[in-house]
Design a protein around this ligand. Structure first.
Ligand code: PMP
Length: 378
């Protein structure tokens, strides 16, 4: 007789990882772009979708898209793995290189999905806390790496939800010291002045993806340059304004890419998603323009927050972390929602007690938020 079985322990606490969704006029809770993608991209996509052979499976290795991403970063197509959002990139990476008997090191508070996905694959997750400036602490991270001897170290730069970019020298030193992979999650990398991609040494580009259903050509080859274990993860969800398209990628040694391809389901990336990515990469200038607009709006938001009774942290991303000084954060969150503005509540997360996070919106949305916050703090 069949029976229900208990949920896997790693999933039992899933609720705490999910961001609360609520109807709101102004949604500033999930760090999306406040602007839709360029109309020219939308038109090009609509036209090109008409030519897709939907009765055929898509290119299994997303070779055209990988080549386009590789060209963007000046790396080889064999160093690029694309998936349905950077969350799926991380999932494939950890299915391939995590799992039972392996250890991940995370620096909290950070993006909760790193520890969550690592735990889902059966990894042991070791936690170290950040320094007072919410970056990795030079007095603590070397000891943490030595004690944990991790298979995978997670960095997040700029870090979500705290907003700061890691110091380039610190990231280089972690890459040097870590015994295994160092994953630098750069979901907000385009907002930052520095990318860990610059730490990748001389490389030969790796084998080309074979395209249409074939196995990757050639054997794995080392990237060289002393940063073989460096994995940089990026997404189209933020600056590229394509959260709804679900597209992310990593740049890493071809052996890492081959591992991710082995872990991914066959044909996981649909033909239209691949197309959306290839066409988006032809609009790099518009995307760069958005980064500037969002950075300007962030300055406006930070200035407005500075005039209210809240503590704030500097941000290199498209969100700002803040803590009401005299009011309970949960009450402020509820008052904002009642006023039609949804932000993200981190007030019960360890290390972020009393904190809320607001995504940078359009100048009008930011004004709305600041007005609602002023009201909520009165
Ligand atoms: N990494 C970080 C640091 C994020 O903040 C997010 C989205 N909130 C992701 C990865 C996942 O992004 P996506 O799956 O949309 O690419």
């Amino acid at each position: 007789m069949s029976a229900l079985v208990p949920l896997r322990a790693q999933l039992a606490s899933l609720g705490s990882y999910q961001s609360l969704q609520a109807e709101a006029e102004v949604r500033l809770n999930t760090n999306e772009s406040p602007y839709p993608p360029p109309v020219t991209w939308q038109r090009a996509l609509a036209e090109a979708v008409g030519d897709v052979d939907f009765h055929r499976y898509p290119d299994r290795d997303a070779s055209g898209l990988s080549r386009a991403v590789a060209a963007l970063h000046g790396v080889g197509a064999g160093e690029v793995f694309c998936a349905n959002g950077s969350n799926e990139v991380l999932q494939c990476l950890l299915l391939a290189f995590g799992g039972p008997g392996r250890r991940a090191l995370v620096f909290e508070p950070t993006y909760a999905l790193h520890a969550h996905i690592a735990g889902l694959t059966g990894m042991e997750v070791v936690t170290e806390t950040r320094g007072a400036d919410l970056r990795i602490d030079p007095d603590r991270w070397p000891g943490a790496i030595e004690r944990a001897d991790p298979d995978v170290v997670f960095l997040c730069s700029p870090n979500n939800p705290t907003g700061r970019t890691e110091d380039p020298d610190a990231v280089a030193a972690v890459v040097e010291a870590a015994p295994g992979l160092v994953v630098v999650d750069e979901a907000y990398g385009q907002f930052s002045s520095w990318s860990a991609l610059t730490l990748r040494g001389a490389h030969d580009g790796g084998p080309e993806p074979a395209g249409d259903g074939g196995e990757p050509a050639g054997g794995p080859q080392p990237a060289g340059g002393g940063a073989e274990g460096l994995v940089v993860v990026r997404t189209f969800s933020k600056t590229w304004a394509m959260a709804g398209a679900r597209l992310g990628y990593l740049v890493a040694d071809p052996q890492v890419v081959a591992g991710c391809r082995a872990a991914a389901l066959p044909y996981h990336l649909s033909a239209q998603t691949q197309l959306a990515g290839v066409l988006a990469l032809r609009h790099e200038n518009e995307m760069t323009e958005r980064v500037r607009k969002v950075a300007d709006a962030r300055a406006q938001l930070a200035q407005g927050l500075g005039e209210l009774d809240v503590e704030t942290w500097p941000s290199d991303a498209n969100f700002v972390l803040f803590r009401p000084r005299a009011k309970d954060a949960r009450d402020v969150w509820s008052a904002l929602l009642a006023d039609g503005v949804l932000v993200r509540d981190f007030s019960t997360r360890e290390g972020l007690e009393g904190c809320l996070r607001v995504t940078v919106g359009t100048p009008k949305e930011n004004e709305r938020f600041l007005e609602a916050l002023a009201g909520a703090l009165r």
